[in-house]
Design a protein around this ligand. Structure first.
Ligand SMILES: Cc1ncc(COP(=O)(O)O)c(C=O)c1O
Length: 462
């Protein structure tokens, strides 16, 4: 991994390692990815249209990147296409635009979705959401009930492969079978699944086949601005793409357009070739390492983290907190410390222990509100305050999220600091900015600015 050896300033004036426990947001880059980009950049040139040698190299590499990503999710490219875009959000928005939703068709979703797999569907169809249980697990009985109630009106079942809040992994192939039984298709938002579990969309004629999968490279060790939508070719061969322009067409006259084949018609404009190379190299590296061994390592790390965190008095864990029950979850662990503000806990971890975590609602406000047990008046109050510009009482949790490169020592570091926080054993004089709700200590901007400059490279060497 790139940057794990980079020291960062701590509040007491020392430099210490930065421990990234915010992998669900973005992972650091893999060394293989950065190496491949450095090897590729001298050959980088325009794709598709250029006749020069470097253009031919770039075009071939770009096509190979599509194939590698297809292999990463087990997709047969005769029936499926890989469309590169910015990220999972863009991939889902693209599908929401391209997926045929006419008349009274229904999109069946769940109460645990990230906003990126919720908002794109609103306004496109009637969205019904399967409930979650009190601990945040998908209530599959409720999925069955809704499949029964709405039956063939359901055009699409859309579900996160793994939750970015509780880490719960959904039974996606069983859900696929159920969706197909009523004539619907299934989209798996695999932003949080792809870095942690082997994905196999299965053969196109398998009832458990996943029709569409969306993934983000920056969550799988390749943060260079690429994501992918993998899905049925026929979906994209009907109608016109949402973005239209260069690269999407074969023939254009003042009156007519003949759209290009796939994936070109869905990738308008000059593509992010470097990002595609990065994503493909990361996918290949994960396949070479073996997704099963990634899963095993992370499962043991998750069990260790749960065991240690739940032994700290005053810590409330959300979702499934039993270290024995880790088969259907990834290493995303949400918690709070007593009645302390989640953003204060996150700030102390960052300033005093060099630990990067995230706090808040993680783009899943409804789901987090449910897990916190917020009543409707409490929800209404924070909405009111938030919209009035006061974010100081915004609800939320602290989230640690583990990656393939994390170690038991990383877990020990966060548990130790959390334990100190429960005893009020921290040093900083933190103040809260009501406009953001974040906590800071005075003077931290200087430390941030002294670390990296766009023109001069890292100023503060490890
Ligand atoms: C479950 C889930 N879906 C979708 C997204 C959106 O991903 P991106 O920001 O890469 O578009 C995220 C990001 O955290 C996520 O966790």
């Amino acid at each position: 991994m790139v940057g794990l050896d980079r020291l960062v300033p701590l509040l007491d004036g020392r430099l210490g390692p930065h421990i990234n426990l915010d992998n669900a947001a973005s992972t650091p880059p893999l060394g293989d990815v950065v190496d491949a980009i450095e090897r590729f950049l001298p050959y980088y040139s325009s794709v598709h249209r250029g006749a020069g040698f470097k253009s031919r190299v770039s075009t071939a590499v770009y096509a190979e990147a599509h194939d590698t990503v297809a292999r990463f999710v087990g997709a047969d490219t005769s029936g499926n296409t890989v469309v590169f875009g910015k990220n999972t959000t863009e991939a889902i928005n693209k599908l929401a635009f391209r997926f045929p939703l006419t008349g009274r068709r229904v999109v069946l979703s769940t109460e645990m979705e990230h906003h990126s797999n919720d908002l794109p569907w609103r306004g496109r169809a009637e969205v019904v959401r399967a409930r979650v249980t009190h601990d945040g697990r998908l209530d599959e009985d409720d999925v069955d009930r809704l499949l029964e109630v709405y039956g063939r009106r359901i055009a699409l079942l859309t579900v996160s492969g793994a939750s970015n809040v509780t880490g719960f992994v959904q039974p996606i192939h069983r859900l696929a079978r159920k969706a197909h039984a009523v004539g619907a298709r299934i989209l798996v938002d695999a932003a949080q699944l792809a870095p942690h579990r082997r994905i196999d969309v299965k053969a196109d004629d398998d009832p458990e086949h996943l029709d569409y999968v969306a993934i983000s490279a920056h969550k799988m060790y390749a943060p260079f601005g690429t994501g992918a939508l993998v899905g049925r070719r026929d979906t994209f061969l009907q109608g016109a793409p949402e973005y239209q322009g260069g690269g999407t067409v074969e023939i254009v006259t003042p009156a007519h357009v003949h759209w290009a084949g796939l994936p070109d018609r869905e990738e308008a404009g000059s593509p992010n070739v470097v990002g595609a190379v990065a994503m493909a190299v990361a996918a290949q590296a994960l396949m070479d390492a073996g997704m099963d061994s990634v899963t095993r390592h992370e499962a043991s790390l998750t069990a260790y983290a749960l065991e240690r965190l739940r032994a700290v008095p005053g810590v409330t864990l959300y979702g499934q907190s039993d270290p024995e029950q880790i088969a259907d979850r990834v290493g995303v662990i949400p918690f709070n410390v007593g009645s302390m503000h989640h953003a204060l806990v996150a700030a102390i971890l960052g300033y005093e222990a060099g630990i990067g975590v995230r706090s808040g609602c993680f783009c899943a406000q409804s789901y987090v509100g449910r897990l916190l047990g917020l009543t409707p008046p409490e929800q209404a109050r924070w909405h009111r305050e938030h919209l009035a510009g006061d974010r100081s009482r915004r609800p939320g949790m602290v989230r640690i999220s583990l990656g393939a490169y994390n170690t038991n020592e990383d877990v020990d570091a966060v548990v130790e600091m959390v334990r100190r926080i429960t005893r009020d054993d921290y040093d900083g004089a933190y103040y809260q900015d009501p406009e953001t709700g974040d906590y800071r200590v005075a003077g931290d901007e200087d430390a941030v600015r002294s670390c990296f400059s766009l023109t001069g490279g890292p100023l503060m060497q490890a």
